[in-house]
Write a protein that binds this ligand. Structure first.
Ligand code: OGA
Ligand code: NI
Length: 353
C-alpha cells in the first residue's frame, strides 16, 4: 500500500491522520455586525468583545460572519486562483519564488520536515517588504522582498491587491477587538504593523491517493499574531482541541462565506499565554481538489516580540524572553523550504523555564 508515494510526503506513523473524521462541535461563530455597521449600540460592542475574548481563551480559533468583506470579491479571487493553478507546471514556474524573494509560486514546502501535498502562490501586502538578510543575530543587513507579476489570469495582481485591502481592514478590526478583550487600548497593536511583513497565500491541494499517509499541511501553529482563513466547501482543515478528549483532532466544517480566525504564536507571547496558539493541519482528499486562502497578519521585521508590560506583573511575570520577529521569520523561511534534520524555530525556545 502506498509503495509508489514519494517518501518525502510520508508522515511519521504517530502523525498520520486517522481514517475517521470528527466534526468539531461548538466552534464559536461570531457575528461582527457591531464593527461592520455604522452606529452600533455600545452594549452590542461590549458583548462582542466578551465573545471574542472567550473564543480566544477557550478555543484559540473561531469563525466570523457579517465581517464586511465583499463576497463577490472573495469569489473573484477564488476563480482567479483556480485558473492560475490550472496552468501547466512550466507556466506556474515562471513566477516561482527565488533566492531574492520568497513570494510567488512554490510546490515543495515542508512543515516539520515532511513535504506538504499542496502548491501555493504567496503575495506580500507591502511591496517591497523589508526583512533581515539572514537569521544570524549579529547580522544587521536588510533586504527587500518584492511580489511576482503573473500574466495569467488577466488582472490577477489587481484582484489579489484589492482582496488584501479587505483583509487589512478586517485584520485591524479583529486586532482592536482582541486588544479590548485583553483590557488594552483598542489601538494597542497598531504600532507593530506600520512596516508589516503580512502576506496572503493562495493554497491548492490537489487530490491525493494517499490520504492515510500524507497531509496537505502537516501539524503546525501559525507564527504571527492572527490568521484570517477562507476555505472552500471541500473541507480538510483540522484543529487540535485544547481540552483533550477522546478525539484530539477535529474537523472545521466549512461555513459558506465565513472566515476562520486563529490565534497565532505572537498573540500567545504578547498575552503571556492568556491566548494560546492552536495547532492545526490539513487533510487531503483522494477525490476532490481543495482551495484555501489564509491571510497571515505579521508585524514589522524589527518588532521585538515579548509579553506586553500591561499584561504582566509580579504575580504573572513574563513567560518568554524577547525575540526579533524578522530573525524568526527568516529562520522559518530557511527551514520550510528544505528538509532538515532538526526541529525548526518555535516560540517554546524562548520560554522562560
Ligand atoms: C496554513 C494553513 C489551512 C488551510 O497555510 O498555515 O493552516 O485550510 N492552512 O489551508
Ligand atoms: Ni496554518
Amino acid at each position: 500500500m502506498g509503495v509508489d508515494i514519494d517518501q518525502a510526503f510520508v508522515q511519521d506513523p504517530q502523525h498520520r491522520p486517522g481514517l475517521s473524521i470528527t466534526q468539531a462541535q461548538g466552534i464559536p461563530l461570531i457575528d461582527l455586525s457591531p464593527v461592520t455597521t455604522t452606529n452600533p449600540c455600545p452594549s452590542s460592542m461590549d458583548a462582542l468583545v466578551k465573545e471574542i475574548g472567550s473564543a480566544c481563551k477557550e478555543w484559540g480559533f473561531f469563525q466570523v460572519i457579517n465581517h464586511g468583506v465583499s463576497i463577490s470579491l472573495r469569489e473573484k479571487l477564488q476563480e482567479a486562483s483556480k485558473k492560475f493553478f490550472a496552468q501547466s507546471l512550466e507556466d506556474k514556474k515562471k513566477v516561482s519564488r527565488d533566492e531574492t524573494s520568497p513570494s510567488g509560486y512554490y510546490d515543495t514546502e515542508h512543515t516539520k520536515n515532511v513535504r506538504d501535498w499542496k502548491e501555493v502562490f504567496d503575495f506580500l501586502t507591502k511591496d517591497p517588504t523589508l526583512v533581515p538578510l539572514t537569521s544570524h543575530e549579529s547580522d544587521d543587513r536588510l533586504v527587500q522582498w518584492t511580489n511576482k507579476s503573473p500574466h495569467y489570469p488577466p488582472g490577477f495582481r489587481d484582484i489579489i491587491k484589492e482582496y488584501i485591502e479587505e483583509m487589512e481592514k478586517l485584520g485591524r478590526k479583529l486586532m482592536e477587538l482582541i486588544a479590548m478583550s485583553l483590557g488594552l487600548e483598542a489601538k494597542r497593536f497598531e504600532e507593530f504593523f506600520k512596516d508589516q511583513t503580512s502576506f496572503i497565500r493562495l493554497n491548492h491541494y490537489p487530490p491525493c491517493p494517499y490520504p492515510h499517509l500524507a497531509l496537505g499541511v502537516g501539524r503546525h501553529k501559525d507564527p504571527g499574531p492572527l490568521t484570517i482563513l477562507a476555505q472552500d466547501d471541500v473541507g480538510g482543515l483540522e484543529v487540535k482541541l485544547k481540552h483533550k478528549t477522546d478525539q484530539e483532532w477535529v474537523r472545521v466544517e466549512p461555513t459558506p462565506n465565513a472566515y476562520i480566525i486563529n490565534v497565532g504564536d505572537i498573540m500567545q507571547v504578547w498575552s503571556n499565554d492568556a491566548y494560546e496558539s492552536v495547532e492545526h493541519r490539513v487533510m487531503v482528499n483522494s477525490e476532490k481538489e481543495r482551495f484555501s486562502t489564509p491571510y497571515f497578519l505579521f508585524p514589522a521585521h524589527d518588532t521585538e516580540v515579548k509579553p506586553l508590560e500591561e499584561l504582566t506583573n509580579e504575580n504573572n511575570p513574563p513567560k518568554y524572553r524577547p525575540y526579533k520577529w524578522g530573525k524568526f521569520l527568516i529562520h522559518r523561511k530557511d527551514s520550510n523550504f528544505q528538509k532538515q534534520n532538526v526541529e525548526n524555530i518555535q516560540i517554546h525556545h524562548f520560554k522562560i523555564a
